[in-house]
Write a protein that binds this ligand. Structure first.
Ligand SMILES: [Zn+2]
Length: 334
């Protein structure tokens, strides 16, 4: 790079960061006036049964990873393999137990378990990359951990052409790898069919993305899909309503500061990225006084990731193909 380009590059990064910070502050202000009301209404109107136990926690103890990969790429949502292993080892030594999201059996009682002796942490992976099988799984198996993987059903077994990553392509898990992970205690949620920004779709298109992905996973694996992860963490009230109507029990987004309560269809997760270490993981999980730095860092990274939505056009939906829709073995409300 020519020396003259360095200040220009620095200025570009600085102005982008300032723009994103402004967007975060603006979104926070709007959330103060609107979003909090939504959460409160929902909180009041629902008895928080075990089904909504994830929403009744005081602290955020759900981690979000993407790729566990040594191959270099422009994006920063990946973790290097050794970095991931160090973090898992650190958590194991601290006495934490990392597990999948689960609304059945013994794992029902999540409320404030974070502070209990059990030290439960829920581990999730978005996008369903092959590296979950090839790199993360052997490490997790060593420590007796499991996880929930959110799949983009239209891209299972394919390269990630849905993403903008300037040349580098990464494989997604195949169905046989998914089945193998299931045997070892992993479970799976929906990350839609095509990974679109759901807030830019109409109701019918959102329903297609949420219902077809759910049905596809249920049919392939023979187990109920209760969790949804919003692509890019983006949602609105209409998307939330459709998710609830279709039968999802919880829906997850990215980044969340400490909150006393939250919406079961907008549960935040702590994103772990390329620059994260065992120390920053500790800060995020324990929400120490400098947690706000990690929170802000995560929000800026997420805003950069949202850049994909500016370059990628909306998927084409052909509703004439309805007869090809997979039918779930489970009963649906819609
Ligand atoms: Zn994603």
């Amino acid at each position: 790079m020519k020396p003259i380009l360095f200040p220009l590059f620095f200025l570009l990064i600085l102005s982008l960061s300032l723009f994103f910070i402004w967007r975060i502050v603006y979104a926070r202000m709007r959330q103060e006036t609107e979003g909090q009301e939504t959460s409160r209404e929902r909180f009041k109107s629902q008895q928080f049964s075990s089904e909504n136990a994830y929403a009744s926690r005081d602290k955020n103890n759900i981690l979000l990873y993407h790729k566990i990969e040594d191959k270099w790429e422009w994006g920063i949502t990946r973790q290097r393999i050794s970095q991931f292993e160090k973090q898992m080892k650190f958590l194991y030594k601290q006495g934490y137990k990392l597990m999948r999201l689960d609304l059945s059996g013994q794992e029902k009682n999540f409320t404030n378990d974070f502070d209990s002796e059990n030290k439960k942490i829920f581990l999730t992976f978005d996008d369903g990359y092959e590296s979950v099988y090839t790199h993360a799984f052997p490490i997790l198996e060593k420590f007796g951990f499991s996880a929930t993987v959110f799949l983009i059903t239209g891209w299972v077994g394919k390269k990630n052409l849905w993403d903008i990553n300037w040349g580098k392509k990464f494989n997604h898990l195949s169905w046989s790898q998914i089945e193998e992970l299931k045997k070892f205690g992993f479970n799976f949620g929906s990350h839609t069919v095509n990974h679109p920004d759901l807030t830019k779709l109409n109701g019918k298109e959102v329903e297609y993305e949420l219902l077809n992905s759910k049905n596809m996973i249920e049919d392939r694996l023979g187990e109920r899909v209760e969790f949804l992860s919003y692509p890019f963490g983006k949602y609105n009230r209409s998307v939330q309503r459709i998710a609830e109507d279709i039968g999802y029990k919880n829906a997850f987004t990215i980044c969340s500061g400490p909150k006393k309560f939250s919406d079961p269809y907008a549960l935040g997760r702590l994103g772990i990225y390329l620059f994260d270490s065992s120390l920053t993981l500790h800060i995020k999980l324990n929400q120490t006084p400098i947690f706000w730095i990690e929170d802000m860092k995560g929000r800026i990274i997420n805003q950069f990731a949202n850049g994909t939505t500016l370059f990628k056009s909306k998927p084409k939906y052909d509703f004439c193909l309805k007869s090809e829709k997979p039918k779930s073995i489970f009963v649906k409300k819609v």
